[in-house]
Design a protein. Structure first.
Length: 176
């Protein structure tokens, strides 16, 4: 297992639409999902899409266990949202690709998803609460959409500028 670098804005790869996994869940894919989970735990975060480590495949990992609880890793291969409810839920979101920026996004409160799990079994289930928020945020990544794309143009640009400045500052500190 390995910790991979997480891409941050304005890296153009984050705008790519990820491709479906062909040919089922192989050992190679499971090794990628293991790396993604380790990278997510290290960050730390509660979800990660493959494109965030530069791999344009429709794969997501997630763990919504609270501190002190047993880990509950979840793996999603070729996930699809097949139904949503009209009711919406506002939630203060963050993103490992837009570090240290948090803002409210309103999304459907519940959604039904279909995907293949770590062992290649098909799953069909309803999500609600943080699970619904996180899977919709991660599904957005597969379409090249970031949570800041749901904000006003001004807020989005401010967020990108803030991340750029922080990256420059870190580079300068490393060079000193
Ligand atoms: O970058 C990502 O896609 C991961 C992101 C997932 C997410 C968070 C909040 C709402 C929607 C989606 C994160 O994990 S940001 C970090 C975070 O939320 C967190 C980190 C440590 C402990 C608890 C939460
Ligand atoms: Zn994100």
């Amino acid at each position: 297992m390995a910790i991979r670098e997480i891409l941050t804005v304005p890296d153009p790869r984050l705008k790519e639409v990820s491709k479906p996994v062909e040919g089922g869940v192989t050992d190679e894919l499971r090794a990628l999902m293991d790396d993604m989970l380790e990278t997510m735990y290290d960050a730390p975060g509660i979800g990660l899409a493959a494109i965030q480590i530069g791999v344009p495949l429709r794969i997501i990992v997630m763990d919504l266990a609270k501190e002190g609880e047993e880990p509950q890793p979840k793996y999603f291969v070729n996930p699809e949202i097949v139904e949503t409810v009209e009711e919406t839920l506002p939630y203060e979101e963050g993103c490992l690709s837009v570090p240290d920026i948090f803002d409210e996004v309103e999304r459907p409160a519940r959604c039904r998803i279909q995907y293949m799990d770590y062992d290649g079994f098909k799953v069909d289930e309803w999500c609600e609460g943080l699970y619904a928020v996180c899977i919709q945020h991660e599904m957005d990544h597969l379409e090249g959409t970031l949570f800041i794309d749901h904000l006003s143009r001004l807020k989005r640009q401010r967020a990108i500028d803030k991340v750029k400045k922080a990256k420059l500052r870190a580079l300068r500190e490393d060079a000193a």
